[in-house]
Write a protein that binds this ligand. Structure first.
Ligand SMILES: [Zn+2]
Length: 398
């Protein structure tokens, strides 16, 4: 525990933050910490150009160089191994010079990198970089670069706002966002594309607030006809700009607007048996019990010969995979041997519908209007205009 507390203090000190007070000052919203690797036993590191490696605990340099060939890094009982060399540190900060590039597991990254040994001897790798650089590596993964410019700009502003919200609510943790779709997909410099980077630059610093307060600007691929209330993501997100119920007739061109998935009775029994829900015997029925106001499945029941399991639309999707049951917006049709799910949309449905945003932009609607269409009661604000005072969160801290 002592070692761990020391590690945290070291990281905060290096990040220029104070760890002394019970409540740290609000972190600088123009930077972000992205967990690019979590829980792996080994990562491959490569550096082109001059760099310094420091101990995360003391800040002392432990290695300097002009180039590092692709080298495995692993956690050891008494430090970290870099290739065959044992470094007696539980965390490393790698600082490249301006022209140098760090590559982790094949992805080139901007900014600096922390490699931290965790208690279970797995690795946590955190990329620290400027918010705007982070967004360049996000937007190209979250939206096709051939989409209309105004749609890309709207998504860039939503992604920026979401990132700042995460940064301000995760300040007590070691990182603000992870690099997966569970926060926002991030591919680093490797993933950057010209059109999406231009949209980030064109909207630099702009975020969305509601009555001057920050909120999490959730967005999703395709709503399938109507957006969902943020309440579906948890009681914290029952907020005016996320109230949902926006009738969206703009995402019909999405390949995910309508979908169909056949599930056999055996598929259901097997998936339950493998999950924490456990066995139900032979599956007899799959029933939707309640729906949200936007028509999405709130509660469903799987009736077995031994017992019945009730689960939320989210849990049902998690059971089979979020890309297999693309949204909770579906009806169940019993067929021979199982059930057919007739569905609409991809994603949770909260906030902005990206395919809808693309169509609105094609029809000539500008980014600010696209944003206020999907997030009512909001206004655009420049991050730099918020400097010098704490940014308030809608609904308080989560
Ligand atoms: Zn839509």
């Amino acid at each position: 525990m002592i070692a761990r507390a020391a590690a945290v203090t070291g990281i905060l000190a290096l990040a220029g933050l104070t760890a002394g007070g019970s409540v740290a000052a609000q972190p600088n919203p123009t930077w972000i910490r992205v967990a690019v690797v979590q829980g792996d036993l080994e990562v491959f590191l490569q550096i082109h150009g001059q760099f310094t490696m420091r101990s995360l605990q003391t800040g002392q340099p432990v290695q300097e160089g002009r180039r590092l060939e692709r080298t495995p890094v692993r956690a050891a009982a008494n430090g970290l191994t870099l290739g065959k060399e044992l470094l007696p540190v539980s965390g490393l900060r790698i600082e490249p010079t301006r022209d140098a590039t760090i590559t982790v597991n094949g992805s080139r990254l901007r900014g600096t990198l922390d490699i931290v040994r965790q208690a279970d001897e797995s690795l946590l790798v955190i990329n620290h970089l400027a918010l705007e650089d982070y967004l360049r590596g996000v937007l190209s993964k979250e939206a096709p670069d051939y989409w209309p410019e105004e749609a890309l700009k709207a998504i860039a502003i939503a992604a920026r706002t979401y990132a700042v919200y995460q940064r301000l609510t995760k300040s007590q943790k070691l990182f603000d966002v992870s690099a997966t779709v569970m926060s926002q997909d991030y591919g680093g410099k490797t993933a950057e594309k010209h059109a999406t980077s231009l949209a980030v630059e064109a909207t630099a610093g702009w975020i969305l607030t509601s009555h001057g307060k920050l909120f999490p600007t959730f967005y999703h691929s395709t709503c399938g006809g109507m957006t969902e209330n943020g309440r579906a993501m948890g009681p914290t997100y029952d907020l005016p700009p996320l109230r949902g119920g926006i009738a969206c007739r703009f995402c019909t061109a999405s390949p995910f607007y309508a979908w169909r998935r056949r599930l056999t009775r055996e598929d259901l029994a097997w998936a339950l048996r493998k999950s924490a829900h456990g066995t139900v015997g032979a599956v007899q029925d799959l029933r939707v019990l309640t729906r949200t106001e936007s028509g999405r499945v709130a509660q469903a029941a799987i009736v077995g010969s031994q017992r019945t399991v009730r689960l939320s639309g989210y849990d049902l999707r998690a059971l089979f995979g979020f890309d297999r049951i693309r949204s909770p917006r579906f009806t169940v049709v019993p067929v021979e041997g199982g059930f057919v799910l007739d569905g609409h949309g991809w994603g949770h449905g909260v906030g902005m519908c990206q395919w809808g945003a693309a169509e609105l932009a094609r029809e000539g609607v500008l980014a600010p209007e696209i944003l206020t269409f999907y997030y009512p009661e909001t206004e655009l604000v420049q991050l730099r205009d918020l400097e010098g005072r704490p940014i308030e969160l809608l609904g308080g801290t989560s």
